[in-house]
Design a protein around this ligand. Structure first.
Ligand code: B1M
Length: 210
């Protein structure tokens, strides 16, 4: 019998190969993928989040755990289709036009994948039209934008305006982040949420799409 707590522990340890092996065994034993996600992988990542907030774990360790979680969710993904489990929501991410900083955005992408979302990463220097095109085309539930420059942050507002003009703003939630941003700025440009780091971003996205 696979103990889901063991999966959680291996996520906390950042032990990707054992996470993969245990998730495969759990699936083979017929355990529901949603249960594996919630009580195994997700439970482990929740502890990682708490330890990060308490300064007991730091970014490199958090990323190792997140990568282990991503490994596990990758194995679960095909099983979701046939299990009746919730379909994983897709979020689209990008660093906005004029800005090529991507380290933070990449961390956010990993955290969102670790939280069980499909993260479609558009990269850097992303124009409003590209965000609109992707939202119009598909099953995207949320748009995440990153900006690190005082000069590019206002472009996030331009993207939100473009989503409104394309009549798709209501289809998606919008979350923004980047070192120079504040919750007040996020509110001012009409975003649904602001997050200061990757862990908080994953928590906010879960709340927004609950
Ligand atoms: Co640039 N840069 N840079 N830079 N750079 C900053 C941002 C700067 C603060 C440095 C400084 O002057 N002290 C400054 C901006 C000042 C300002 O506008 N207020 C600056 C500048 C001026 C520039 C250039 C204009 C320099 C020049 O050429 N004259 C130029 C601009 C290029 C462009 O984008 N068009 C430039 C270029 C570069 C490099 C290419 C050399 C390189 C980027 C490489 C890359 O990203 N691949 C670079 C770097 C590395 C930095 C610093 C040193 C580090 C950024 C970083 O990676 N941080 C940065 C100084 C600093 O921030 N201390 C600086 C680590 C990362 C983990 O944190 O990105 O904040 P961060 O992400 C966090 C959170 O903010 C949050 O979660 C992340 C994970 O915890 N978060 C989100 C981020 N996005 C989120 C999205 C969310 C939610 C949370 O939801 C979707």
């Amino acid at each position: 019998m696979v103990d889901l707590k063991q999966i959680a522990e291996k996520v906390i340890e950042g032990d990707s190969s054992n996470v993969a092996a245990l998730v495969k065994t759990a699936l083979a034993k017929g355990i529901n993928p949603q249960k594996i996600l919630d009580e195994g992988l997700g439970a482990g990542m929740a502890v990682v989040g708490q330890r990060f907030k308490a300064d007991e774990m730091f970014i490199p360790e958090v990323l190792t755990s997140a990568n282990a979680m991503v490994e596990g969710t990758g194995i679960l993904e095909p099983a979701f289709a046939s299990s009746g489990g919730k379909t994983l929501a897709t979020v689209v991410l990008g660093t906005v036009k004029g800005d090529i900083h991507d380290v933070g955005k990449n961390i956010v992408a990993i955290m969102l994948k670790a939280a069980g979302f499909k993260a479609l990463d558009l990269g850097v220097d992303v124009p409003a039209e590209k965000f609109v095109e992707v939202v119009k085309a598909g099953e995207v539930s949320l748009v995440g934008m990153s900006a690190l420059l005082t000069t590019t942050a206002p472009y996030m507002g331009t993207v939100i305006q473009a989503l409104k003009e394309a009549n798709v703003r209501d289809k998606v939630k919008v979350i923004v982040g980047g070192a120079i941003l504040t919750p007040a700025f996020a509110q001012q440009i009409g975003a649904d949420a602001y997050a200061p780091d990757g862990i908080a971003a994953a928590e906010k996205v879960k709340d927004l799409l609950a």
